[in-house]
Design a protein around this ligand. Structure first.
Ligand SMILES: *Cc1c(COP(=O)(O)O)cnc(C)c1O
Length: 409
C-alpha cells in the first residue's frame, strides 16, 4: 500500500465527510458484540463509483464475495443495485447461488472454481461463469448442456498477476473452444477480462503493461467476429484510472467505503461497517498492577479499567495492541486499549478515577466511519501491516450483524 495517488484522484469529488449515524449512541441493552452495517453508506459509495464509471461509458459490477466483504451479501447486493450497479460479482458458486436464493436476479459473475464443481446448477440459476483454461471450459460447457441452456462466458486472461486467468500462450486454444461452443449454442462469449496486480500503486508500470496484454487478448477474440465486454478495473483502478474503466468496472472494497489507496479526512467514501461492543465490567486497580496476559500494560497509578467482551475469536486481532496503539471510543471519548487482546475480551484504560464516566453496559466503538476522529479498520490494518480488507472480512465468531437500511443515501 502506498500514499501515492491521493493527489491524482480524478474520479470522485472530494466531499465533506458525512458523520455516520453509527457514531450515535446505540440503544441500551444492545448486543454484546455487533457489526452494524449501514446500507445507506453502501448506496452512497456505489452511487459515486457507478457515476464515475458511467461518465466513462462503463457499467458497474459490485463484488459481494466473502459474504459482501463481511457486510452481508444480500443486503449489500440489493443496496448496490438500487444505487447504480448493474451487475454483481462473487468468487465461488456457493456465493453465487446464495445471491440467487436471496431472490436477486441481476447479472452475476462467479470466477474461481475447480473443474469438478456443479456448473449445471449455476447455469440453471443464470450465473455467468469465468473460465481460465480449456479444462474449466469443458466442465462449464458440460454443465450448460446438463442445464439445457447456454452459459454466458467471461474468458479470463492472465495479463500479469500470475494467479487465475489463461496465460497468453494458451489463449488461442481457449478461444478456439469457446468459438465452437458459441457456434453450437452451448455458450455465449460475453466478456474478456483480467485482474490487476498493483492497481493500488498508481503509476506503477505494470498497470499499463497489463492493460496492453488485455487489449491483445481482446483483439484476438474480436478478430474471430465477437464483440465481448472488456473489464479490468478493481476499486483502485476505478478511482484512479478512468481510461481503464472499459465496459465494466468491478468495485469491491470502495463500495464498502474503504479506499484501497489512502483515505484522506475528506474522502467521499463512507465506511459501511461499525464494530461495537458493550462494557461488561468496570474496576479500579492501584498502581503497579499488570493488565491482561503477559502484563504488557502495567498501571502507573490508580486506573479505571473497562472490560470489553470481544477478542480474537471475534476477529479483533490478537496483535492489535502489541505496540499499545489500539484505541476505542468509550464514554464519548477515545481511550487506549490496555494490554493484550485475548480470545474473548480486552481491557480499556479509562484513565485515573473520575477522569471518565464509564459504566457497565456502555457502548464501545472498536472501529467505524472515522467520524470525529474515531478508530478505523484502516488504522487496525496499518498497525498489523495488513489491509483493511482483511479486517472487515475477518469479523466473525460471536459478533452479531445488524443491517440497517435507511432506504436512502
Ligand atoms: C475481489 C476482486 C475484485 C474487487 O477488488 P477490490 O479491490 O475490492 O475492488 C475485483 N476483481 C476480482 C477478480 C476480485 O477477485
Amino acid at each position: 500500500m502506498t500514499d501515492a495517488g491521493c493527489d491524482d484522484r480524478t474520479v470522485l469529488p472530494a466531499t465533506e465527510p458525512v458523520p455516520g449515524a453509527a457514531t450515535a449512541t446505540p440503544p441500551a441493552g444492545g448486543p454484546r458484540a455487533e457489526a452494524l452495517i449501514e446500507l445507506d453508506a453502501v448506496r452512497h459509495n456505489v452511487a459515486l463509483l457507478s457515476g464515475a464509471a458511467a461518465r466513462s461509458g462503463a457499467e458497474t459490477m459490485v463484488v459481494v464475495k466473502a459474504d459482501g466483504y463481511g457486510h452481508g451479501a444480500p443486503g449489500v447486493a440489493r443496496a448496490a443495485l438500487s444505487a447504480g450497479a448493474t451487475r454483481l460479482g462473487v468468487a465461488t458458486l456457493d456465493e453465487a447461488l446464495a445471491v440467487r436464493s436471496a431472490g436477486i436476479d441481476a447479472p452475476l459473475l462467479s470466477w474461481l472454481h475447480l473443474p469438478d464443481e456443479d456448473f449445471a446448477a449455476a447455469v440453471a440459476a443464470g450465473v455467468e461463469l469465468s473460465v481460465s483454461s480449456r479444462e474449466h471450459l469443458a466442465a462449464v460447457l458440460a454443465g450448460a448442456r446438463a442445464a439445457g441452456r447456454p452459459v454466458r462466458l467471461h474468458l479470463k486472461a492472465d495479463t500479469g498477476l500470475s494467479r487465475n486467468g489463461c496465460p497468453p500462450g494458451e489463449w488461442a486454444g481457449l478461444v478456439d473452444d469457446a468459438e465452437v461452443a458459441a457456434a453450437d449454442g452451448t455458450a455465449e462469449l460475453t466478456a474478456v477480462w483480467s485482474h490487476l496486480a498493483r492497481a493500488d500503486e498508481p503509476g506503477d508500470p505494470s498497470i499499463d503493461a497489463q492493460a496492453a496484454r488485455l487489449h491483445e487478448a481482446v483483439a484476438h477474440v474480436r478478430a474471430r467476429g465477437f464483440a465481448p465486454l472488456r473489464h479490468l478495473a478493481n476499486s483502485a483502478a476505478t478511482l484512479t484510472r478512468p481510461d481503464l474503466h472499459l465496459d465494466l468496472v468491478r468495485t469491491g472494497i470502495a463500495a464498502y467505503g474503504l479506499d484501497p489507496i489512502a483515505q484522506p479526512a475528506d474522502s467521499p467514501l463512507r465506511p459501511a461497517m461499525t464494530l461495537r461492543g458493550r462494557v461488561a465490567l468496570v474496576k479500579t486497580v492501584p498502581a503497579g498492577e499488570g493488565v491482561s496476559y503477559g502484563h504488557e500494560f502495567v498501571s502507573t497509578g490508580p486506573r479505571v479499567l473497562a472490560l470489553v467482551p470481544l477478542g480474537y475469536a471475534d476477529g479483533v486481532p490478537r496483535r492489535g495492541n502489541d505496540r499499545g496503539r489500539m484505541r476505542v471510543r468509550i464514554g464519548g471519548t477515545i481511550r487506549p486499549v490496555a494490554g493484550r487482546v485475548c480470545m474473548d475480551q480486552f481491557v480499556v484504560d479509562c484513565g485515573t478515577p473520575g477522569a471518565l464516566e464509564v459504566a457497565v453496559g456502555d457502548p464501545v466503538e472498536l472501529f467505524g466511519t472515522g467520524a470525529a476522529d474515531g478508530p478505523t479498520a484502516r488504522e487496525w490494518a496499518d498497525e498489523l501491516g495488513t489491509i483493511h480488507y482483511e479486517i472487515v472480512t475477518g469479523i466473525k465468531g460471536r459478533v452479531r450483524r445488524t443491517v440497517r437500511d435507511g432506504g436512502g443515501a
